[in-house]
Write a protein that binds this ligand. Structure first.
Ligand code: GDP
Ligand code: MG
Length: 176
């Protein structure tokens, strides 16, 4: 039988940065301009192939409660991977991402692969060369080095880099 590696992956990040949209793009190759924050399914699975083997992602998305309440301990429990998402046009969401990384260290420890995702890159160049970029490159590099993060810039809207995030994460986690 084909071996299956199951990876529990949690989504973290400020409300409206595009967490549910990234999941929708990855799982269903779809995008909605306007999404009710409370409607997204909280749990989805998706299989991908790596080296003739199957990786099954069990994806835990928030149902919007990150706006007003802490996430439940079961949300983090046994998570092997996390996507911490911010909006590349919103500096506040980047600072919030750093808080979520701290939260992960407290709740899960260091035994988790974390990918930082700068989402909404389709909005960067609307008024000229990178005019909407809100986070400095050096700041990003410092954080990724310090916290040992994978880093991706992506767009759930266009689909750019979305599958690459999950492929790379899948490669980082060894078969037992
Ligand atoms: P969540 O609260 O983090 O789950 O964010 P959502 O996935 O609900 O997205 C919030 C809003 O941002 C929605 O209106 C989405 O259509 C929009 N959005 C999400 N991803 C992108 C993206 O890559 N580009 C653009 N332009 N809009 C996006
Ligand atoms: Mg959501």
């Amino acid at each position: 039988a084909t071996p299956i590696l199951t990876i529990k992956l949690v989504l973290l990040g400020e409300s409206a940065v595009g967490k549910s949209s990234i999941v929708l793009r990855f799982v269903s190759d779809d995008f909605r301009e306007s999404r009710e924050p409370t409607i997204g399914a909280a749990f989805l699975t998706k299989r991908i192939i790596r080296d003739d083997k199957v990786i099954k992602f069990e994806i835990w998305d928030t149902a919007g409660q990150e706006r007003f309440a802490p996430l439940a301990p079961m949300y983090y429990r046994n998570a092997q991977a996390a996507l911490v998402v911010f909006d590349v046009t919103d500096d506040g969401s980047f600072h919030k991402a750093q808080d979520w990384i701290q939260e992960l260290h407290e709740k899960v420890g260091d035994n988790i692969v974390i990918a930082l995702v700068g989402n909404k890159i389709d909005l960067l160049n609307i008024q000229g060369e990178n005019s909407n970029r809100a986070v400095k490159e050096a700041e990003l590099q410092n954080l990724c080095k310090r916290e040992n993060l994978l880093y991706f810039e992506a767009s759930a809207k266009t689909g750019e880099n979305i599958h690459e995030i999950f492929q790379k994460l899948g490669q980082k986690i060894p078969y037992p």
